[in-house]
Design a protein around this ligand. Structure first.
Ligand SMILES: Cc1cc2nc3c(=O)[nH]c(=O)nc-3n(C[C@H](O)[C@H](O)[C@H](O)COP(=O)(O)OP(=O)(O)OC[C@H]3O[C@@H](n4cnc5c(N)ncnc54)[C@H](O)[C@@H]3O)c2cc1C
Length: 611
């Protein structure tokens, strides 16, 4: 894929007078989701502490070697901290214990060395997760082993900017997509993959306002999955609860990240939207910051297949866009479906879904729920084999106890791939028999027609002279004997199939959108400087114990951008960065909030391309 050269038009040299406001800060955080909220919480002076005395007696049924290892290291390595600044009242007695240690002042490199989690999370992310959710991976729900203390005297000046309208990052977008009026009752509302306790940020419990569930009565309520809507509201409430609003500039999108060699600081240009009841105003802000933290997630730019026809307007790459289409009634009421068939009595052409991740499953659920009146026809294809162990469904949806809706989707996929219909002639007449799971009380996936193809890729999308939209599918399993005949009509099959479609949904993941970062910096951030950054193939190269970019001092990256894909893990990345920033400040003995003009750490960072 060609790299976009941003070095010429993204220039920090745009004069300050072009901006409506100039702001200076010590730490600028880009993104306002769970990673940024946790980092802001820590930098505001909320410090996690740990007392080895609180280590629970070993559970006879569970041997958690990682947690035991952490405990042993904490015993030896945590710095002493008196923690006399408690402002959480009810915890005062326990946090005043003399042996309480602060993780902000500890050497995390020693404590977290070589810790490995189940999902490839970074070591400090594993450390924090183990302490906050002891034995969670063994299905246990235990109180956090961390105590929190408030140190306003150690507060680090920072600003959080984020494009979403309120703190919570991607959660506001997905809550909006999946919680529209059409599925607002609790039985059909989309739920998080993780249990409630694993969606929480430090100290403040999530509770569902409507169910009046609360941890504060001392009892742990059932630890179920929660609706997206509840999570989005919780993150907004969290920022408000801890008075972090003053640090948050929402509705603010970074458009340029560059380095100013004269003032020896980062420059972040941003466009902001301010809406009042009567109008909406756009203005531009330039931030100057000693440090920048990228906490922008990876969900803003969908991954593309880069095939012919992918940019047609009837090809969608996100659930949000699907939702917009549904809301704009192109799909609903169902009789308004863009029917391309000549006869009004004939069924509309199928919808094509590409991908085998949770987004593709969510799309199926969404389409089934919203189009109950007139079930749709679906063709679903994915590159992997249904038996591939890396398929998310083989990890989480092998029984219907934890994720019943994904279990149903998986059952439907498995049942359908066995049909193996590769004949165009067979497709339109074939109706899949009701799957064994369709009787579930919680959700019934209803389609007029559903055909899944494993080990299959979409090779192109076309429009024909008579206005039809078509997609060409290619089957990868050419050499397998069981794929030589159509299981429906027994005719030899083709390895390519062109089908008519209504529209296509390509849901194959996302890429980190880093176009706004100066090319010079981007190259230094990447593990392989000659290839575009991709969180899976060519990730940002960070020190795993500080989350600082190895080759760009002062620039940090958190969350899914660097492999911490779940909320329970993003918090450890924030701790790693906050701890490093705190130590760095202490070593440099600099003034918070001001730009260090003569910082040796930042000098001669980049060879700025003046061309
Ligand atoms: C459909 C779905 C379901 C999920 N379910 C779960 C689950 O059950 N459990 C779980 O633990 N995790 C889940 N995740 C993953 C979870 O969303 C992430 O782990 C978490 O949100 C990461 O937090 P973050 O703050 O790093 O990034 P995000 O939450 O992605 O927030 C980043 C924010 O930065 C903003 N931004 C992007 N670019 C810019 C810019 N240039 N300038 C300013 N702001 C910018 C974005 O708009 C976004 O608001 C799910 C994700 C998705 C997409």
């Amino acid at each position: 894929m060609a790299r976009k050269d941003t070095s010429t038009h993204n220039s920090y040299k745009l004069s300050d007078s072009s901006f409506d406001r100039i702001e200076s800060t010590n730490v600028l955080i880009i993104g306002n989701g769970p990673s940024a909220i946790t980092l802001s919480f820590l930098l505001a002076g909320h410090w996690p502490c740990y007392s080895p005395e609180d280590f629970p007696s070993p559970n006879e049924n569970v041997t958690n070697a990682t947690l035991q290892n952490i405990h042993d290291r904490l015993l030896y390595h945590c710095a002493m901290d008196s923690c006399n600044h408690d402002e959480y009242g009810n915890q005062h007695e326990s946090i005043s214990k003399p042996k309480l240690r602060s993780l902000m002042e500890s050497d995390l490199r020693e404590i977290g060395e070589n810790l490995v989690g189940r999902t490839g999370a970074n070591p400090i992310s594993v450390l924090m997760d183990q302490l906050q959710h002891p034995n969670a991976d063994f299905g246990e729900r235990n109180p956090s082993m961390l105590k929190w203390t408030y140190r306003p005297d150690r507060r680090v000046d920072h600003i959080v900017i984020g494009s979403s309208e309120s703190p919570g990052g991607i959660w506001h977008a997905i809550a909006k997509t999946c919680s529209s009026k059409l599925c607002s009752n609790s039985t059909t509302e989309m739920l998080t993959l993780s249990r409630r306790s694993l969606m929480q940020l430090p100290v403040l419990p999530i509770y569902d306002d409507e169910n009046h569930q609360n941890d504060s009565d001392g009892e742990l309520p059932s630890d179920n999955r929660v609706p997206y809507r509840v999570v989005a509201n919780y993150y907004r409430r969290y920022v408000n609860h801890f008075g972090l609003d003053e640090f948050f500039h929402n509705h603010t999108r970074a458009t340029l990240l560059d380095w100013d060699p004269i003032d020896q600081c980062f420059i972040v240009d941003a466009s902001c939207r301010k809406s009042s009841s009567s109008n909406q105003r756009k203005y531009r802000v330039r931030y100057r910051a000693k440090r920048v933290v990228l906490a922008k997630g990876t969900s803003t730019m969908p991954r593309m297949l880069n095939i012919q026809g992918e940019t047609f307007p009837f090809v969608l790459h996100s659930l949000t866009k699907l939702d917009v289409i549904i809301r704009q009634t192109q799909l609903l009421p169902c009789w308004r479906l863009p029917i391309l068939s000549t006869s009004r009595t004939q069924s509309p052409d199928p919808i094509l879904i590409v991908g085998s991740g949770l987004s593709a499953a969510d799309a199926l659920i969404l389409l089934s729920q919203r189009c109950q009146r007139r079930p749709l026809r679906i063709i679903h294809l994915f590159r992997k084999s249904i038996r591939d162990r890396s398929l998310i469904f083989n990890q989480i949806a092998t029984n219907d106890s934890n994720y019943p809706e994904y279990y149903q989707v998986f059952q439907k996929m498995k049942h359908s791939v066995q049909n193996n219909i590769h004949c165009l002639e067979c497709l339109p007449h074939h109706h899949s028999p009701p799957s064994s799971t369709s009787s579930s009380k919680q959700l019934s996936l209803r389609f007029e027609y559903y055909q899944a193809y494993q080990e299959c890729i979409l090779s192109s999308i076309q429009t024909t002279a008579n206005g039809h939209r078509t997609a060409t599918l290619e089957f990868l399993n050419k050499n397998k004997s069981d794929s030589t005949l159509c299981c429906h009509c027994n005719r030899p099959i083709n390895h390519q199939l062109t089908v008519r479609i209504t529209f296509a949904l390509i849901l194959i993941g996302s890429s980190p959108q880093l176009d706004f970062v100066n090319e010079n910096i981007r190259q230094r951030m990447a593990r392989d400087s000659t290839a575009p950054i991709d969180h899976r193939l060519n990730p940002i190269s960070i020190d795993p114990y500080t989350h600082e970019c190895k080759d760009v001092p002062g620039l940090y990256a958190l969350g899914p951008l660097v492999g911490d894909n779940f909320v329970r893990y993003v918090q450890g990345g924030a701790l790693a960065a906050a701890n490093h920033i705190y130590h760095d400040e202490r070593n440099q003995n600099s003034n918070y909030g001001s730009i260090i003009i003569d910082s040796s750490n930042h000098s001669s960072l980049f060879d700025i391309d003046d061309s």
